[in-house]
Design a protein around this ligand. Structure first.
Ligand SMILES: C[S@@+](CC[C@H](N)C(=O)[O-])C[C@H]1O[C@@H](n2cnc3c(N)ncnc32)[C@H](O)[C@@H]1O
Length: 208
């Protein structure tokens, strides 16, 4: 794992390997507070566009719960998941034997070139970061925008939340939006669905 964030990547792998060992398929293995909040985040992410018939990359796919949620919600997508943590990818493959799940880091190329997917979605990969978390978010979002033909949708903990979350990274929504609008002017900030979280939609190709 490289991309400049090897220590944080290793911390993520250690955390999620431990949580998966402790909690199995339970939502606590993903470090979410509840199944409901996980699913609400999926719903907001999926509102980025018309996903029907689209190809979709899920960055930080965990156990592949977004794949299940999309099917239950009636979205017919061609789904690919990628995750840093081997225990998560193994679990996702066990739970979805027909799924395309890859172990890797999108920032390291991962064999994924520009415009490889219609949509790139990501839920929960930005909060557990200590080393230049804002720069990590920006590098990852820029890479996701390179890989997506139609849209990018990602969420993260918000600096507008009432609570400080220990040493977790809570991103500034407006600074994040300002970064995204330098990639494309077609951007949306959603800060309406959860008290401590926001989602950005970014549509590549509209110029800065
Ligand atoms: C909070 S969990 C969310 C999992 C899934 N998105 C969900 O909502 O069920 C975060 C996941 O992101 C993975 N992850 C963290 N940083 C990542 C990165 N840079 N690239 C890919 N996966 C990452 C972790 O291994 C973990 O499985």
């Amino acid at each position: 794992m490289t991309g400049g964030w090897a220590d944080d990547d290793a911390r993520n792998v250690a955390l999620y390997t431990r949580l998966r060992g402790e909690h199995g398929d339970d939502v606590r293995a993903l470090n979410w507070g509840s199944r409901g909040s996980q699913r609400r985040r999926f719903q907001v992410l999926a509102e980025v566009g018309d996903l029907d018939g689209a190809s979709l990359l899920d960055v930080g796919c965990g156990l592949g719960d977004l794949k299940s949620w999309l099917a239950e919600a009636g979205h017919r997508v061609s789904y690919t998941g990628i995750d840093l943590t081997g225990a998560m990818v193994d679990g996702a493959r066990e739970r979805h034997p027909d799924g395309d799940f890859r172990l890797g880091n999108l920032l390291d190329d991962a064999g994924i070139g520009p415009d490889s997917f219609d949509y790139v979605l990501s839920s929960g990969i930005f909060y557990f970061r200590q080393d230049r978390p804002r720069a990590f978010l920006e590098a990852m979002v820029a890479r996701m925008a390179q890989v997506a033909r139609l849209g990018v949708s990602f969420n993260t903990l918000s600096a507008w939340a009432d609570r400080r979350e220990g040493d977790e990274f809570q991103a500034d929504p407006l600074a994040t939006l300002d970064f995204c609008r330098r990639i494309s002017r077609r951007v949306v900030l959603r800060h309406d669905y959860h008290p401590g979280d926001f989602t950005v939609y970014l549509y590549p190709g509209a110029g800065a």
